[in-house]
Design a protein around this ligand. Structure first.
Ligand code: GUN
Length: 288
């Protein structure tokens, strides 16, 4: 079997076109979705991600504002800025790019963002709602994976989904979103014994570890669906995922590439959440 490639770029464009229509509808009520992006310090990857996020906003007609600080910023200064943005009606989403310098506690920062503007889906209120299967902002990468599978008409109910990695941003929320769709979910992590024992049982395997060539053809079941969330560099310095793509592709039924798989979906879901927040703000205005 040679697996079909799930084209994240194409799917992301499909959802971005839908968002354009929603943005156009909002404009008839005088609303432009607005995203505030806070960037602290000089982490190179963070600067790149923020640039990509703001460019994607601009392409769709989402207003974005960048607040950039050097890494001497105090936690109090950052919290004051967030509180100010919480109170600004033209801002529907607040994104504080992680990681933050060590003097700033990311948990305090995330908890200071109003849950109504938590477009990253990191606030405990958003997470609690996700775990209890309520509508909320879902963390962008896990949500992007779900929307990708939805586009591909891949059924999830009753499937065994194995998640490699238990980060708060990807692994844990991905597991819960699959559980909400009636999958049987197994989490594997650095302390799991005999990881291949689990991965070989997966109907859908999600790898979010960050290690090139972690998954080889022998680690998966024939016909499995493989979702690669890894972002690594191979020996030649090329971007690659956690999965040995050329080998695993021969055994999987569907597989996401890196680049061009989950990555474009993550940013699309940030745009999606920002538009959704603007729609909620409008509905609240109308209701009272
Ligand atoms: N750092 C790495 N990924 C993310 C993300 O999705 N959101 C934020 N705010 N920071 C990140």
């Amino acid at each position: 079997m040679s697996g079909e490639i799930i084209d994240g770029k194409l799917i992301a464009n499909y959802y971005r076109e839908q968002l354009k229509e929603k943005i156009s509808d909002l404009s008839t009520s005088g609303i432009v979705p607005g995203l505030a992006v806070i960037l602290v310090g000089d982490n190179h990857a963070s600067h790149t991600y923020v640039k990509m996020k703001r460019k994607a906003c601009s392409k769709l007609g989402i207003h974005s504002e960048l607040y950039q600080y050097d890494d001497g910023l105090t936690e109090d200064q950052l919290l004051d800025k967030i509180r100010e943005l919480n109170n600004q009606d033209h801002i529907h989403g607040i994104l504080v790019q992680l990681p933050l310098p060590k003097q700033i506690n990311p948990i305090t920062v995330i908890e200071t963002i109003s849950p109504s503007k938590d477009v990253d889906g990191f606030h405990p209120v958003s997470i609690g709602k996700m775990v209890t299967n309520q509508d909320t902002f879902y963390s962008c990468t896990p949500f992007g994976i779900m929307k990708m599978l939805e586009y591909e008409n891949i059924s999830i109910e009753g499937k065994h989904v194995v998640i490699l990695g238990r980060s708060n941003i990807v692994g844990k929320p991905s597991g819960h979103l699959f559980l909400n769709r009636n999958a049987t979910v197994t989490f594997c992590h650095s302390k799991t014994e005999n990881i291949p024992y689990y991965t070989r049982q997966a109907d859908i395997l999600v790898s979010a570890v960050g290690k090139a060539n972690l998954i080889d053809a022998g680690d998966i079941k024939e016909g499995a669906i493989v979702i690669d969330v890894g972002m690594n560099r191979d020996d030649e310095g090329n971007l690659c995922g956690d999965v040995n793509f050329s080998k695993v592709k021969e055994k999987a039924s569907r597989i996401t590439p890196v680049p061009g798989g989950v990555g474009p979906m993550t940013i699309t879901m940030l745009l999606y959440n920002t538009v959704k927040s603007a729609e909620w703000a409008l509905a609240n205005r109308k209701n009272g």
